[in-house]
Design a protein around this ligand. Structure first.
Ligand code: ADP
Ligand code: MN
Length: 409
C-alpha cells in the first residue's frame, strides 16, 4: 500500500525556509529575505563583478505586504513582470496576505519568549523578497544539491545560544570535517527504493540526511548518489563528465573567493544538473554540435538584387545563418548563396542580444553561490577562509568522482 504521507508537494527548493515561490517552468525564483541579502546582491552587482557571476542573476526586489495586489507586482518589477505567470503573481499575493496576518498575530502575543525562540517558524524581519534567476529553469528533471558552506556557521551578530547550537551542528556533521554539509538534495529516480520516490519520481533527501546520515567516512559515497544513477540512465561515463564540469566551476569559485574580501555564514553552493540521462545526453550532444560550428560574425554586409537593382545592406547572422530584415534565411552554413543575395563580408557586432539564442537550449548543469542573509564585504580583512575550506573539500571530492574507477583501484 503506497504511503501517502511520504508524497511531498512538488517543489524545487531542497533546503531552507518556507515561502519561496518557485514556478517549476518559470525563469524566476522569488524568496522572502532580509535587507542584508538585498544589499549583498546589489553591491556584488555594482562592484564585485566576478563574484556576482557566481550568484544567480539578481533582478530586483518585490515588496509583499498585506496591501500587495497583482497590479503592484507589475509596477514594482516592470522589467520582469511579463515573465511571472499569473498563477505565480496570485501565489505571491496570497503569501503576502498570509505573512501580514502572521505578523499581526505575532505582534498581538505577549513578548517574553519571542527573542530567543529557537529557529522554529523564525519570523523574517522584512516584507521584501529577492527576485532571482531560477537555477532549475530549463532542465527536464533537475537534480539539485545544496551544500551549506563553513565550519563556523554563525555571523558576528549571532546571540550566544545560536553560536552554541550551530557549533554543535558543526561538531556532529561534515561542516566540521569538510567545511560543508549536504543541507538538502533531490535526485530524479534516485536511491534504491522506488517506493520512496515522490509523485515526480524524485528521491528527496531532507535536511536530516546531511545532519545524521552523512559523515566524514561516507561523504564521497553519498555524493556519488547525487551524480551517478543507472536508474535514470546516468552511467559512469556520463556521471564523470558531469563531475568534471562541476570540478571546473568549483576551481573557478575557489579562485574568485580567494581574490575577494568577503564573509558568508551559512551560504550554500547550489549544484544543479539534468538528472534524466537521456535528456542529459541530448543536451550534451547539442552543445557539442554548437561548439564545433565555427562562430560566425554577427552581421553580414550583403548585396541584394531587388527589382534587378543591387542594393547594399547589413543583415543579421543567427547561428551561421544570415537573416534578412523579414527574418528569412538568405545565406546558410557553408557559404551557399541562396536566391538573389550575395554576401560581401561578415562583420562583428557589438549588440549583445544574441544571448537570447542560447536561452532555449536544453541545460546541462550549473553551479551557483546562494543564500546571503549573513554575507558582507570586509575590505582589508582578506579572503573568506571559512567558506574556502568547504569549497576546497568539494574540489577534492569532485576530483575523486571525476576519476575513472579503474585508475583508482
Ligand atoms: P534560506 O535562507 O531559506 O536557506 P536559500 O537561499 O538557501 O534560503 O534558499 C533555499 C532553497 O531554495 C535552496 O536550498 C535551493 O534549493 C532553493 N533556491 C535558492 N535560490 C535559488 C535559485 N536562485 N534558483 C532555484 N532555487 C533556488
Ligand atoms: Mn539556505
Amino acid at each position: 500500500i503506497p504511503n501517502h504521507s511520504d508524497l511531498k508537494p512538488y517543489n524545487h527548493a531542497v533546503a531552507g525556509h518556507d515561502g519561496t515561490l518557485c514556478d517549476p517552468d518559470g525563469e524566476l525564483f522569488i524568496k522572502p529575505c532580509v535587507q542584508q541579502e538585498i544589499d549583498f546582491y546589489q553591491t556584488a552587482q555594482e562592484s564585485h563583478q566576478a563574484f556576482a557571476d557566481l550568484m544567480p542573476e539578481y533582478l530586483g526586489t518585490l515588496v509583499l505586504n498585506g496591501a500587495t495586489d497583482v497590479h503592484s507586482i507589475d509596477e514594482q518589477l516592470p522589467a520582469v513582470a511579463d515573465h511571472i505567470s499569473q498563477h505565480m503573481k496570485e501565489e505571491a499575493v496570497r503569501m503576502a496576505h498570509e505573512r501580514a496576518a502572521e505578523a499581526k498575530a505575532e505582534a498581538a502575543k505577549p513578548h517574553d519568549n519571542i527573542r530567543w525562540n529557537p529557529n522554529k517558524n523564525r519570523k523574517i524581519a522584512t516584507d521584501k523578497s529577492v527576485v532571482l534567476e531560477n537555477a532549475a529553469y530549463g532542465f527536464h528533471h533537475p537534480n539539485i544539491l545544496d551544500a551549506k558552506l563553513g565550519q563556523r556557521l554563525w555571523a558576528d551578530d549571532a546571540p550566544m545560544e545560536k553560536r552554541k547550537r550551530f557549533d554543535e551542528i558543526t561538531r556532529q556533521t561534515t561542516n566540521g570535517s569538510h567545511g560543508f554539509r549536504i543541507a538538502g538534495m533531490r535526485v530524479y529516480k534516485g536511491g534504491d527504493n522506488e517506493a520512496e520516490w515522490d509523485q515526480e519520481n524524485y528521491k528527496v533527501y531532507n535536511k536530516d540526511y546531511g545532519r545524521f546520515q552523512v559523515n566524514k567516512d561516507n561523504i564521497v559515497q553519498e555524493m556519488r548518489k547525487f551524480i551517478f544513477n543507472e536508474k535514470a540512465g546516468i552511467d559512469e561515463d556520463l556521471g564523470r563528465a558531469i563531475a568534471e564540469a562541476f570540478l571546473n566551476d568549483l576551481r573557478h569559485v575557489e579562485k574568485v573567493l580567494a581574490r575577494e574580501e568577503s564573509r558568508m555564514y551559512s551560504a550554500s553552493l547550489l549544484f544543479t544538473f539534468e538528472g534524466d540521462g537521456e535528456a542529459l545526453r541530448a543536451a550534451i550532444d547539442q552543445q557539442a554540435q554548437i561548439a564545433s560550428t565555427p562562430t560566425p560574425a554577427q552581421n553580414a554586409r550583403v548585396e541584394k538584387l531587388s527589382n534587378g537593382e543591387p542594393t547594399l545592406s547589413t543583415v543579421r547572422v543567427d547561428s551561421g545563418i544570415v537573416m534578412d530584415d523579414d527574418g528569412e534565411m538568405v545565406y546558410g552554413n557553408g557559404g551557399i548563396i541562396e536566391g538573389d543575395v550575395k554576401v560581401l563580408e561578415l562583420t562583428g557586432s557589438d549588440d549583445d542580444d544574441d544571448d537570447e539564442d542560447f536561452s532555449s537550449l536544453p541545460k546541462i548543469y550549473n553551479l551557483k553561490l546562494i543564500d546571503f542573509a549573513h554575507a558582507s564585504w570586509v575590505p582589508g580583512q582578506g579572503p573568506d577562509e571559512n567558506s574556502l575550506v568547504g569549497v576546497r573539500s568539494l574540489i577534492n571530492i569532485f576530483e575523486e568522482l571525476a576519476e575513472s574507477p579503474t585508475t583508482t583501484s
